[in-house]
Ligand binder design. Structure first.
Ligand SMILES: [Zn+2]
Length: 294
């Protein structure tokens, strides 16, 4: 089965992870721009980060046979630093039009502050201008209210709901998202949020329409194999293969294809692995063949 993990922060992960993901059937991924743990103090840090999502990380994924796409945006947490946020928002238009950018994101609410809302609104408007879908993060605290506010904001701005992916859903928020025209992402985490069995139960209850599953693996406790592990549990629960394939491939592919940046016909073919290739002067190899510092 072909697998698409549409939310995984590979910058924080190792080459072992890439190898394991490819072996488990993951062919395509989306890496959303997000918070790095350590707060950034300068817009220039965002420039380097966005460039690395578009350049080095995409190259690194290709060296393991995985297609890498990204979303670019100012995350809600760092939206709470107004001076920096404004500088980053001004940078976005030049990055959003680059190859491989499949949405504006992750954007949305974290503490549900006024500053976050202002940045959320500006980035929805930007998405409309550059004709990209949006990837919306929902908060850990007061998730239900954050989900409702996100949908209401999208509606009040007249942004097309079929171009909105609301992420990190649970049992409480999924029906709210499905009632709208938005798509519903689910993050399968080792200890918190959704797990494999709860996800399978949601699929048994709601089916596959507009339902998406991801690992959101990053620098915290998380697991980049959570999508394949969820497939195994869905199979145990008797969910048909076609339903599973819709959730772990067709849905994310069709959602992000709205960007015009995904070639649906070629998406399922892995990039040819050629480790003689370099990105600028670096390769993933060691020693004479590569010049990776270590
Ligand atoms: Zn994320």
């Amino acid at each position: 089965m072909k697998i698409f993990d549409p939310h995984v922060h590979m910058t924080s992960r190792t080459t072992d992870d890439y190898e394991a993901m490819a072996a488990a059937g993951i062919v395509a991924i989306v890496e959303p721009a997000f918070w790095l743990g350590q707060p950034r103090t300068s817009a220039a840090s965002f420039v380097d980060y966005f460039n690395s999502l578009l350049g080095w990380e995409r190259f690194r994924a290709s060296q393991f046979g995985i297609r890498h796409f990204c979303t670019i945006g100012l995350n809600p947490k760092e939206a709470n630093n107004p001076k920096l946020a404004n500088e980053v928002l001004n940078l976005l238009p030049r990055f959003l039009q680059k190859d491989g950018v499949v949405a504006v994101g992750e954007i949305g609410y974290d503490d549900q502050s006024d500053e976050e809302e202002a940045c959320f609104v500006r980035q929805i408007e930007l998405a409309r201008e550059v004709n990209l879908p949006i990837l919306v993060h929902t908060p850990h605290r007061d998730k239900k209210q954050g989900t409702i506010r996100s949908i209401e904001l999208v509606r009040s701005l007249g942004f097309p709901e079929e171009r909105v992916l609301i992420d990190h859903n649970n049992e409480e928020t999924l029906p709210i998202v499905l009632e709208s025209g938005c798509w519903a992402g689910h993050t399968i985490y080792p200890n918190t949020k959704m797990d494999e069995a709860r996800m399978a139960a949601l699929v048994l209850k709601y089916g596959s329409d507009r339902i998406i599953v991801n690992s959101a693996a990053d620098w915290g406790i998380s697991d980049p194999l959570k999508v394949p592990k969820t497939i195994a549990v869905m199979r145990e629960q008797g969910i048909p293969e076609e339903t599973i394939q819709t959730i772990v491939w067709d849905n994310p592919a069709n959602f992000f294809a709205q960007s015009g940046q995904l070639d649906l016909a070629g998406l399922g073919e892995r990039p040819v692995i050629d480790r003689a290739q370099k990105f600028e002067t670096n390769s993933v190899l060691r020693g004479d063949a590569g010049q990776t510092a270590g």
